[in-house]
Design a binder for this molecule. Structure first.
Ligand code: NAD
Length: 365
């Protein structure tokens, strides 16, 4: 298969980690007989320096016309005091809006080899943690009206939470389709005991469930879900939820895995062209030292193969290679165990060694 991938290396550690993901993609292409073509796109601080704009229109168009976008990270201290329209993050917001991605999908997975990095008890981690949160990204209270006005003689803040049926349906379908590609369990999270928007959410999810008979749908209130993620996370396969609940729950879920450098994400809209990026930022404190962990970006590339290119075996092949690297005891600095009894069985490696070793472990399944 031929695929065109727009590549945003970005700032800080972005170019280092993206370079490793491209090595891995190239090796997968060789193994499976695919052809991946890359188009470099400037976005973030580097685009401000070069073009005076965090995402020039021409760069956005390159992303929109690609089959998918792989992003490292943007931002850095150098641009912190620039006016808001000239901030690296503005490029990211414009990219998401321009691509029309309304669904953010973040896996929470504990690799058994890194179980001790989780803040959860071993007895909970041992059961296995491997789920995805599908979060609605461009609706709900974050995009409603916000105002503060004088009511009854005192300043009163108002934030409006709105969802219409079509907005719920399109994210619901992503939830069901994601579950179909995994263990076919979908948990819809809302607050239907209090909120009208949640009652509409719940009714739409149940209407959709009739179209996806292979997926088992359950409902959970958001406060209970926040507890269950730390008490019994192995019960989850796919969680689908609205914007603000998803924002909070996905950060909670990433914390229980113990390592920010390992977590990929995808953002999808109505076409198969998605935006794939690690959840961390540009880590300026370690940029240029060849010590960053590229695995979150490499796993983002695997998500691209699975969710945008319909290449599940190729995605499995990358995830297996990461698992073999961890089995062999190789660790970037951020995931080196601090306990000497554990670290004596591990060997610290740099960013480029990590990419190279993962390529060596790639085997066609
Ligand atoms: P950060 O995620 O960049 O870094 C937080 C900490 O985690 C740092 O100590 C860093 O060294 C470490 N870290 C992050 N990724 C790592 C990796 N792959 N390997 C090893 N260690 C890693 O968050 P921050 O410091 O708050 O933000 C730095 C810059 O990144 C800011 O300009 C921020 O705006 C930007 N940012 C960008 C994105 C994005 O591009 N999507 C997301 C978040 C933050």
């Amino acid at each position: 298969m031929n695929k065109n991938i727009a590549v945003i290396r970005g700032d800080g550690i972005g170019p280092e980690i993206v370079a490793q993901a491209l090595l891995v993609l190239n090796r997968v292409a060789e193994l499976y007989g695919h052809s991946f073509h890359y188009t470099d796109v400037d976005m973030g601080g580097c685009a401000i320096d070069k073009w005076g704009n965090p995402l020039p229109e021409e760069m956005l168009q390159k992303c929109i016309s690609s089959d998918s976008v792989l992003l490292g990270a943007v931002g850095g201290n150098k641009w912190n005091n620039f006016p808001s329209h000239m901030r690296p993050e503005k490029g990211l917001l414009r990219l998401r809006a321009g691509m029309g991605v309304y669904s953010n999908n973040r896996p929470a997975k504990i690799w058994p080899q890194l179980a001790s990095a989780s803040p959860l008890k071993a007895s909970i981690v041992e059961k296995g943690i491997d789920f995805i949160i599908v979060r609605e990204l461009i609706g709900g209270i974050y995009f409603g009206e916000h105002k503060t006005e004088e009511i009854d003689g005192q300043p009163t803040a108002i934030d409006i939470l709105t969802y219409n049926e079509a907005e719920i349906e399109r994210i619901g379908r992503i939830g069901f389709e994601t579950a179909q590609k995994r263990n076919k369990q979908l948990c819809s999270v809302e607050k239907s005991n209090v909120l009208d928007s949640s009652r509409l959410w719940k009714s739409v999810m149940h209407r959709l469930a009739t179209e996806y008979p292979d997926v088992t749908l359950t409902d959970m209130l958001v406060d209970n879900c926040a507890m269950q993620i730390v008490k019994n996370p192995s019960q989850f396969d796919v969680i689908v939820t609205e914007n603000m609940f998803g924002d909070i729950l996905s950060d909670e879920a990433s914390m229980i895995t113990g390592s920010i450098g390992m977590i990929p994400s995808s953002s999808l809209g109505s076409s198969s062209c998605g935006l794939y990026e690690p959840i961390h930022g540009s880590a300026p404190d370690i940029a240029g030292k060849d010590i960053a962990n590229p695995i979150g970006t490499i796993l983002s590339a695997a998500m691209m193969l699975r969710f945008s290119f319909d290449m599940p075996q190729e995605a499995d092949c990358i995830e297996n290679a990461v698992s073999k690297l961890l089995d062999a005891g190789y660790r970037t600095a951020d995931i080196m165990p601090s306990d000497p009894s554990e670290s004596q069985n591990c060997k610290q490696i740099g960013c480029s060694e990590c990419g190279k070793f993962i390529c060596d472990y790639l085997k066609k399944l």
